[in-house]
Ligand binder design. Sequence first.
Ligand SMILES: *Cc1c(COP(=O)(O)O)cnc(C)c1O
Length: 214
Amino acid sequence: MSILDNLQHIQSVLNAAPQDVNLVAVSKYQPDQKIQTALDAGHRIFGENRVQEAYKHWQSRRDQYSDLQLHLIGPLQSNKTAEAVALFDVIESVDREKIARALAKEMDKQDRHLPCYIQVNTGEEPQKAGILPADLPAFLTLCRDECGLNIVGLMCIPPVDEPAAVHFAFLHKLASENGLPKLSMGMSNDYDQAVDLGATSVRVGSALFGDRDS
Ligand SMILES: *Cc1c(COP(=O)(O)O)cnc(C)c1O
């Protein structure tokens, strides 16, 4: 299947949903020419999980594609905050207090107040980034009231060895309880389930571009 076929297929699944769903095309570790193919097809929303690589893929394209929308979907190190705020349009991985404070400070400094998602560690996995579900209400208050961040929704990456649908339903419940409208959930193997469970954004890499070079 070509990238164009994949794009069309994924988009048709998203279009069939009752809610609006954005396709975040995850371009990490993908060759440049595949990214260009998606751009040439008119796609404009892309996700990267590392700031450094994102600059390589996107810095020179920012001016060329004025309607580009770049999402940071991976853990942010505090020493990369300034670069992240300058390049990205949406931060999906607000996952701890230190980063919330660093982002707020940098967004004020650059006067770029980007929409943000809180990443929730729905599986409570020790090695995984994200806020524990029980800590979400207090963290949301900190992000909004103390830091002044524009929190629009929640993001999760389910444990690999558990049914993803359980985590998608849980994230949806957490978002409703906390009055958050946006849900970033679902990747190549399960984006269709995420759409059924209310995703407003899916992050798809390999099902669109093919296997990564990593
Ligand atoms: C890499 C990545 C994806 C895309 O994964 P695929 O399985 O290739 O679709 C989605 N979300 C995050 C946070 C990622 O790091």
